[in-house]
Design a protein around this ligand. Structure first.
Ligand code: PLP
Length: 376
């Protein structure tokens, strides 16, 4: 083996050496096919060359700086992320213009946020007057400006005030508070991403976007500028991304895809997989792999086996995956490799420290997943 992987005190894995064959990768391991990743980036970038809306991709999917840098190089206007810890990593890599698509309310985090806003254009979601006052106080103390998108509930029923007057009231308060800049609105239509019937998905997404953009119009009529109207995910990028008045799309999973998004008829390629090894074959029909739910997530159902064929995953324990082998198929042996597609890519990535970056079945490099576990 020519390749050598070394861990440093920061627990990062560095790649040195010329090449490593897929068969030599220690498992369970997360592999990305860099040609397919690049295709997905190009495909999405190409779409947004023909729209007035821009792409601000979600870091929560890959949590990896070289991938964020590729997205920016392809035309993304900045990054979306879910957590302050993720934003800190993006800022440390010199990525400017970051939207934290979440409420930050803990006083210690508000102080970190205000300090971070001195270094870059930092945009945060808010849906509460008390939270806005806390953000304003911290920004004034830190001598920074925090840009705020008022979060509107467009049907997901998660965070966000109701469309219309409730959002206008928060917009007015934001605009009045020193230290804050009212930058616009954010309304994520998460309830429509996985509607398989495309007409239904369009219809429900468009009505959510209508709620959001008509709220933006109401705020403009009241005399406030609404620069950003942010929405969208992988399942709706081509619906919300062309809806008049939407200025930014937050899609993330398009980069890698997963078995759930594969059902949506989207133009992106499956570029991520989990490589595992058979550790036991107790019966001809049962084989056990070294990947359980600590290596591949289960929240969207069981992952699918992509190779070999005639094998199905039947259960995931913490550190074991139980496979059912078709009796017509060649028997699996201890040491054989089994490759799986995650059913939910974002929660799977968060379980790993690094990607094995593959080209033509060889490891080209290894990238750390810097944002893994950064949920504070
Ligand atoms: C706020 C927000 N925006 C956008 C997305 C879309 O992400 P994806 O494209 O991975 O579905 C999500 C997904 O959870 C989200 O929470």
């Amino acid at each position: 083996m020519i390749l050598e992987l070394t861990g440093s005190i920061t627990n990062r894995i560095f790649f040195s050496g010329e090449s490593m064959d897929k068969s030599a990768i220690p498992t369970p391991a997360l592999l990305i096919d860099i040609e397919k990743v690049d295709d997905n980036i190009a495909q999405m970038a190409n779409f947004f060359q023909h729209t007035t809306a821009h792409l601000r991709p979600h870091f929560k999917t890959h949590k990896c700086l070289p991938l964020a840098q590729k997205q920016i190089a392809a035309g993304a206007i900045g990054m979306t992320c879910a957590k302050l810890g993720e934003a800190e990593i993006l800022v440390s890599a010199g990525i400017s213009s970051i939207f934290i698509a979440n409420e930050i309310v803990d006083p210690s985090k508000i102080n970190r946020l205000a300090a971070l806003a001195r270094q870059t254009e930092l945009i945060v979601a808010a849906d509460d007057p008390g939270n806005l006052c806390g953000l304003a106080k911290a920004a004034q103390a830190a001598g920074s400006v925090i840009h705020v998108l008022v979060e509107v509930n467009v049907g997901l029923n998660r965070c966000g005030v109701a469309p219309g007057v409730a959002a206008l009231d928060l917009a007015r308060l934001t605009a009045e508070l020193p230290g804050l800049h009212f930058a616009g609105l954010f309304g994520y239509e998460g309830h429509t991403q996985f509607i398989t019937d495309i007409e239904q998905r369009c219809h429900k997404t468009e009505s959510a976007m209508h709620e959001l953009t008509s709220t933006a119009d109401l705020i403009r009529q009241a005399g406030l500028a609404v620069g950003i109207v942010s929405a969208g995910g992988t399942g709706t990028f081509n619906i919300s991304g062309v809806f008049p008045g939407i200025t930014e799309i937050e899609a993330g999973s398009y980069l890698f895809m997963d078995s759930k998004y594969q059902e949506m008829g989207l133009p992106f390629r499956q570029s991520i997989s989990l490589l595992s090894t058979v550790i036991s074959t107790p019966t001809p029909q049962r084989a056990v792999i070294d990947a359980g739910m600590k290596a591949i997530s289960l929240d969207n159902g069981l992952p699918k086996v992509i190779s070999p064929g005639f094998v199905a995953l039947r259960a995931l324990h913490e550190e074991h995956g139980l496979l059912e082998v078709d009796l017509q198929a060649p028997a699996l042996k201890v040491g054989d490799r089994v490759e799986l597609v995650p059913s939910h890519v974002c929660t799977t990535v968060n379980l790993h420290d690094q990607y094995y970056v593959m080209r033509d079945d060889k490891v080209e490099t290894v990238w750390p997943i810097e944002g893994r576990g950064k949920f504070q």
